[in-house]
Structure formats: C-alpha cells, structure tokens
Design a protein around this ligand. Structure first.
Ligand code: ZN
Length: 539
C-alpha cells in the first residue's frame, strides 16, 4: 500500500519535474532544403542514423510552410522568426521593385540593392529585406552573452535563419564558404575551406547503390529539353564544383564547418544558451536536378541520415545539453514524366505561354504596346504590369492579363493586389485554408505583384528543363507546403502528433524552452508543447 502511494506521488510529480528542466545550453536548428513530409514518410523506415534519432523525439510529420510561394527564401524566413512571409517581408526568392534606378528591376531576397553595381544576380548579401528579428537576435537582445551562428549552403538560408546580428555567418559561394558576421573568423573556417578545396580537387566515383535505392534506379526521359534522370550516383570529375554542390558531399562540408565552428567558439559551453542554425542545401539541388523519386534522392536521403548521425555523435561527445530542431523550407514534387509512369494522371509541365514574357507579347500585340508589358518570374507567383506601360493603359493591361490567366486550363486561381489586400488573414488549420488565404500569407502590400497566379495541382511551373533543372516547388499545394518538424533532446519523452502545425510555431516553441518571452500577438506562431504529459514546455 505504502509502495503504491509512493508510486502515485512520483507519477504526479514527474511531469512537473520534466517541465522544470533547466534550459538547454545549445539550440541546433537545422533546415534541410526541400525535405518534404512526403520524403520523410517515404524514407523514415530506412533511417538508422541522425534522422532515426530525431524520430525518437517529438515528431510533427505534418508541419506547414503554410503560405503560397513555397520557395527557399520565404520558407527559411518563417523557421526562426515565428512569422509568415506576409510579416517577414520575404514574399519570394525574387520579386520586382520598379522604383529602383538600376536597369535590373528584379530584387533578390537577401541582397542590398543600395550597394552600387548590385543586381539580383551579382549582389551583396544583406538582411535588409528581412522585416523581423530571428530567434538568435531575440536571444542576444535578452542576454548579450548568447552567441548566434548560422551556417548554410545557400546565402539566403544563412541570412533568413541567422537574422540581423549573428556572431558568425557562413555560406557557400561556388568553391568555398564565405564569412559574414560580427566576430572575426578564426581558424576553423579556413581549415574546413582547405579540406573542401582538397576534396573538390579529387574526382568522386559513383556511390554504391544499396538495395533500397536499386529498385528506384531507372532512367526516365524528361520533357522540355532535359536529359533523362533517375539512375545517377553522383560520380564527378576532379574540380567539378557544380557536381559537388548537387551531391551528398555538399551537406557533409556544411556539417563539417558547423562542427568546427561550434568547437572553436565552444557554443553551448558559455553562461547563456547559444544557437547554431544549419542550412543543408544539397537535398534541394538533388531534387531540382534529378526529381524526388529516383536513385539520386534515395542516396541523398540515406547519406543525410548518416551525416546527421555523425553530427549528433560529435555533439554528444562535447557533453553539452543541446536540443535539435529539424525542418524544411518547403516540400517538393517529382518530375511529371515519372509521376505519369507511377499512376498519376494530370501531372504536367506548365504551358510556356503562361510565362510573363510570352503573355506580355500577346498583350503588347493586342493593345499596341511596346516593351515587356508584364514582369514576373516564370509561370507562377507574382506578376507586375511594366511601369513603362502608359498610365491610362495600365488598368486595361491588368484586366486583360488577369482574364487571360484565369481562362487558361492550367490555372487554378488569379488574385489582384486589391483582392489580396481586402482578403481576411488566414486562420485555423493550414490544410483548411482557401487558396486566397494561402496567397494572403505571402502578401506584402509594397512588394507583392499587381496580380498573383496559382497553377492547378500537379502542374509543375518548370517548362524549360534544358538548363539542368527538371523539377521544382513553389506551389500552394500540400506536396510543396508540408514538411516534417522534429525536436530531440536527451531524455525527452517521445511522442508523435499527426495533426498539422506550422513552421512559424518553431520559434515560440524554442523560445519557451529557454524561458525567452515573446510578447503575445507579436508573431504568427504558437508555442508547441513538447512535454508528452500534462505538464507543458510552453509558458
Ligand atoms: Zn529549390
């Protein structure tokens, strides 16, 4: 009897004790570019390394990048800010600003167009378009002893996760990692860059094909001028930096740098909690170059799992109490040619007539106008009426363009700037949002286009595959919106919650774990309770 009472008392006090655990000393926030919920579901049975370990933590398999333009920059801007793109200001990878004096009116999300000579292609990396702070910025404001580091394959990932004031920021610039940040770079970066240069200089033989990938290894012809894909194994010639980037080697280099910088700065060993944001970009390059359902993605998934296993083991060896969060900036979708072979009807590439260039020509002829008439980036997303169109004609162009897009059989919806401005903010579970609510989550009154085009599901916006990219993302459909959100910390009681949550929930969740207050109403996200029992990690 006594024993049973003691057990009951223990059961009552255990959840409270779990919630009162001291904050972790290090937050490791990982984004795997294009790691869709679908890829996670497909491969999780095969994980034995780092992704297997994360499955033994708290698993949200249906996290949403809930907005419309599901691209890298907006996606990364949601992860550590708690805000959707409508608040972060990062509506796409690129948008147009026709008030710029320079000839190139397109702006890149992490450039600073005020730098002389800057263009959207040759730019100076900057946070100037990001409108809100990241978790690292908030941690440093609350306690200046906190250190914040962002290391990523892509500059836009490092910028959007690292925020305004990281101590160190690193990203790949073609053949090495480039430093940006406050603290002067010390030896670690130079050492890793030298190792990367040596690895690049060596040829890479084809990777061995495990049985699980063998079944997926079959060449599939690609429409739109591209080469067949499906049976690649990442062999590359010595010095082939592009091949290096589109392979598991790239993530391995990024993790090597993250490990080295953590060690050099002793992140997690100081008086306050530190944050290390890591952007792993290879999955996205593999997805774009080979699609998501071939041997290439299979090899990448298994390599990522092994790599993260090594990374976590190295972190374990430091004795630091760390928490890992892993998610993705957006999902992805396979090439329509293979989808057609795999039972999907209606998978297609977008009609090239939907590009702003082609549509602009049609409108120019019809309305006797000169110039491009329409500006935009491909067959989807934000479109702008060219400022050179005489003012009295602008409304007419807008009306005719919107009507032409709405009449196209591949188009799901078109919304004008005025319609989006008047639309209510999205609310409720993200899978229930209407298409205009998804577009509203990407709407910035100053930066968004004169109208926004959404294609029908399974229509991939990429029609020209002749330049090496065969598959893409960016749509408001769930294959592009759904990503896993995984949390792991030593001693955490695992659970899985299949209902939807959002990537904007990550920042307040991590903030609560370290007791950092985020004023109510300031952000879009909500704290996710990571305690499996009645106690809560949210406060
Ligand atoms: Zn991408």
């Amino acid at each position: 009897m006594k024993l049973r009472l003691a057990a009951a008392a223990l059961a009552l006090s255990a959840p409270a004790a779990a919630a009162e655990r001291p904050p972790p000393k290090l937050i490791v926030a990982i984004s795997v570019d294009q790691f869709s919920a679908d890829l996670f579901a497909q491969y999780r049975q095969h994980f034995t390394g780092g992704l297997r370990r994360l499955e033994e933590g708290v698993v949200f398999p249906s996290g949403y990048q809930s907005h419309n333009v599901t691209e890298t920059c907006p996606g990364h801007s949601t992860i550590l800010t708690g805000d959707r793109p409508a608040r972060t200001g990062i509506i796409a990878n690129e948008w147009f600003d026709q008030s710029l004096a320079r000839p190139d009116k397109q702006v890149y999300c992490s450039e600073d167009p005020s730098v002389p000579g800057s263009s959207s292609e040759h730019y100076t990396v900057s946070t100037q378009f990001l409108k809100v702070p990241t978790l690292g910025d908030r941690m440093k404001a609350a306690d200046p002893r906190s250190r914040s580091v962002a290391i990523a394959g892509k500059d836009r990932a490092a910028i959007m996760m690292g925020g305004y004031g990281p101590d160190q920021r690193w990203y790949w610039t073609g053949r090495s990692y480039t430093f940006g940040g406050k603290a002067a770079p010390a030896a670690a970066g130079a050492v890793v860059n030298a190792e990367v240069a040596a690895a690049l200089a060596r040829p890479m033989p084809a990777m061995p094909l495990p049985a699980v990938c063998e079944a997926r290894s079959r060449p599939v012809p690609v429409g739109g001028g591209g080469k067949p894909v499906g049976d690649g194994r990442f062999a590359r010639a010595a010095g082939d930096a592009r091949g290096f980037r589109i392979s598991p080697e790239f993530d391995a280099a990024t993790v090597a740098l993250a490990t080295a910088v953590r060690g050099e700065m002793h992140l997690g060993e100081g008086p306050a909690t530190d944050i290390l944001a890591v952007g792993l970009s290879a999955t996205d390059y593999v997805g774009h170059t080979y699609g998501t359902e071939g041997a290439e993605m299979c090899l990448q998934m298994l390599a990522l799992d092994r790599l993260l296993g090594d990374f976590f083991r190295a972190l374990d060896a430091t004795g630091v109490d760390y928490v890992v969060m892993l998610t993705a900036d957006h999902g992805g979708n396979d090439i329509p040619e293979r989808e057609a072979e795999h039972g999907i009807t209606g998978a297609a590439r977008a009609d090239p007539a939907l590009s702003p260039g082609a549509m602009g020509k049609v409108l120019a002829a019809r309305l006797h106008l000169r110039g491009p008439v329409l500006l935009g980036n491909g067959a989807v997303g934000d479109f702008y009426v060219d400022k050179a169109v005489p003012a009295p004609m602008r409304q007419r162009v807008l009306r005719e363009a919107v009507a032409a897009y709405r009449a196209h059989p591949q188009v799901a919806a078109v919304y004008t700037h005025a319609e989006l401005a008047a639309a209510p903010q999205p609310a409720g579970p993200p899978e229930t949002w209407s298409l205009i609510q998804r577009a509203k989550a990407s709407f910035d009154p100053q930066r968004s286009g004169d109208f926004v085009v959404q294609l029908k599901p399974r229509v991939t916006s990429l029609f020209d595959t002749s330049r090496g990219s065969v598959a893409t993302h960016g749509s408001p459909w769930d294959y592009d919106r759904r990503v896993p959100i995984l949390f792991w910390r030593k001693g955490m009681i695992p659970f899985e919650q299949p209902l939807s949550v959002e990537t904007v929930d990550i920042m307040p969740t991590l903030a609560a774990l370290i007791g950092l207050r985020v004023p109510a109403g300031e952000i879009d996200g909500h704290c996710l309770d990571l305690d499996a029992g009645p106690a809560s990690t949210c406060r």
